[in-house]
Design a protein around this ligand. Structure first.
Ligand SMILES: Cc1cc2nc3c(=O)[nH]c(=O)nc-3n(C[C@H](O)[C@H](O)[C@H](O)COP(=O)(O)OP(=O)(O)OC[C@H]3O[C@@H](n4cnc5c(N)ncnc54)[C@H](O)[C@@H]3O)c2cc1C
Ligand code: FES
Ligand code: FES
Length: 479
């Protein structure tokens, strides 16, 4: 059956892909813009950068609804299956009374041209529903993915603070039981297979079905959060002939912590990973705070960040510094690969055609090991790294001699790469300013990075050198 189902406007909507109006890679943004009553959602960039297309998706987990703001330009229609789609038109009550976040925006005059306003309202609505304590930092994080071209941010922040302070039950709480009952009517266990004359789109719900599909369709594109692959459709206008959508495979969404390691399923979102790494891997948390925006982190997955094997993938340098390994799986079993060996060359991994990334295992470092992460970009939020780094230092406490050091860099070569000569120089030497200076000069000459729109070669070399000096300054006092 070429059909997916989700809730919109309090009703189950059925999209039948036999109708050529929509294809399996039609984005939720394009779908909404095709409906007369949902024009509030706007298209700005079409690539996750502006937030004008923000909608909220509510999902059922353990008998509760969880709400997250997402960029509808990055989500293919079948990714909505079994969920509730909420747009700005759904927020007001039946008699027209505004939702508290809308009311607060009006009261604070928090809009100028208004193009971006629905997206802001939806990001704030998701924050309202999250019920987390809305500090200024949390409010700013919630709207990092929304650009206002009129620079009307201050009134929006004021409106957000006011709405969050006066949180109470809203119409969504009142309708929760009804929404859950509708969601439970949508079948979410059997693989959905959508076959059109030009595309095959498979949506499994279990790991074993995923592995069977992978083996039967080794050339199909796997999509998880679709924040990377989606751009091939929205920006490059590619037709993806075969897709395996693993965004709803719950078997890949686990985090297991033992005294030895943290094991993270490949389907875990960057936002969930960020929250879970705060205490246990602060260096990972630090880099994830600067990863995309809340809308991106809510759907982008760890598996996708490694699977794209991008030289500027932000999780890679710090995970290499953590000595992480990747567990990959096909229908015959699993194998474990050091992350450094997993990335083979520019945007190429060690995955075989019938394998998927199952999980990432990150060993818990001993308390004396220092791990740090750094990201240099043109602006702090929602920007791609010009140069990034993940460093690990193991010192002999008494002699201050470097027992082991890892200096992993992103943005300096075709893949994430360690400054091996500098590492070799530092091993067995005292961790002091003279040696750190010498090692930083080695780092300067160790890479031949590209010059591109983001930065020149010279700047990248300098940045890489200076990050090592910064690391030295930050760790010298801890000896
Ligand atoms: C606006 C914007 C901002 C961004 N900001 C950042 C940033 O700050 N830092 C950063 O590093 N990246 C950033 N990205 C890139 C992207 O969000 C990340 O790389 C993300 O982690 C990709 O995850 P995904 O689940 O969306 O991947 P997808 O797009 O679903 O997949 C990406 C690749 O990984 C493969 N893949 C995914 N899961 C698996 C699996 N389990 N097994 C095998 N292969 C798999 C896919 O086949 C595909 O080749 C940004 C992207 C956008 C659009
Ligand atoms: S249109 Fe800009 S984020 Fe979607
Ligand atoms: S109100 Fe005009 S772009 Fe934000």
């Amino acid at each position: 059956m070429n059909v997916v189902q989700f809730i919109l406007d309090d009703k189950i909507q059925t999209i039948n892909f036999d109708n050529p109006e929509y294809t399996p890679t039609t984005t939720v943004l394009k779908y909404l813009r095709s409906l007369r009553q949902h024009k509030g959602v706007k298209e700005g960039c079409g690539e996750g950068d502006c937030g004008a297309c923000t909608v909220v998706i509510a999902e059922l987990a353990e008998d509760k609804l969880y709400y997250r703001a997402v960029d509808s330009c990055l989500i293919f229609l079948p990714m909505l299956h079994g969920k509730q789609l909420i747009t700005v038109e759904n927020l007001a009550g039946a008699s027209g009374e505004l939702h508290p976040v809308q009311k607060a925006m009006v009261d604070a005059y928090a809009s100028q041209c208004g193009y971006c306003t629905p997206g802001f309202v939806m990001s704030l609505f998701a924050l309202y529903k999250s019920r987390v304590e809305a500090t200024k930092e949390i409010i700013l994080d919630a709207i990092t993915g929304n650009l206002c071209r009129c620079t009307g941010y201050q009134p929006i922040i004021v409106a957000a603070a006011k709405a969050m302070k006066a949180r109470k039950n809203d119409i969504f709480d009142k309708k929760e039981a009804q929404t859950i009952a509708l969601l439970q009517q949508i079948e979410r266990s059997k693989t959905i297979g959508i076959i059109t004359s030009v595309q095959q789109y498979f949506k499994p719900f279990t790991l074993s079905d995923t592995l069977k599909l992978r083996s039967a369709h080794p050339k199909a594109e796997i999509i998880s959060g679709n924040t990377d692959t989606g751009l091939r459709v929205t920006k490059r206008h590619e037709l993806l002939p075969a897709i395996i959508d693993i965004s709803d495979v719950n078997d890949l969404k686990f985090i297991k912590i033992t005294p030895e390691f943290m094991s993270v399923g490949s389907g875990v979102s960057m936002e969930i990973l960020k929250e879970n790494s705060k205490e246990i891997f602060p260096a990972l948390y630090d880099i994830l705070r600067l990863f995309g925006s809340k809308q991106i982190r809510s759907i982008a997955t760890l598996g996708g960040n490694l699977g794209s094997a991008s030289p500027i993938g932000d999780s890679l340098p710090v995970l290499i510094a953590c000595k992480a390994s990747v567990v990959v799986e096909n229908k015959n079993g699993t194998r474990r690969i050091d992350l450094t060996d997993f990335i083979r060359s520019y945007r190429t991994t060690d995955l075989k055609a019938d394998e998927i990334i199952y999980s990432v295992e990150i060993p818990i470092p001993d308390p004396d090991t220092i791990i740090r992460s750094y990201k240099i970009s043109k602006r702090r939020d929602l920007d791609i790294s010009t140069c990034s780094a993940g460093f690990r230092l193991e010192l002999n406490k008494k002699s201050h001699i470097v027992k082991n050091i890892i200096l992993a860099y992103g943005g300096m070569a075709a893949t994430t790469k360690c400054a091996l000569t500098a590492e070799k120089f530092l091993k067995g030497k005292v961790w002091n300013k003279t040696n750190a200076d010498k090692a930083s000069d080695i780092v300067f000459n160790e890479f031949t990075p590209l010059s591109d729109a983001r930065s020149g070669e010279e700047f990248r070399r300098l940045a890489a050198r200076n990050l090592l000096l910064k690391f030295y300054e930050e760790t010298a006092s801890q000896q």
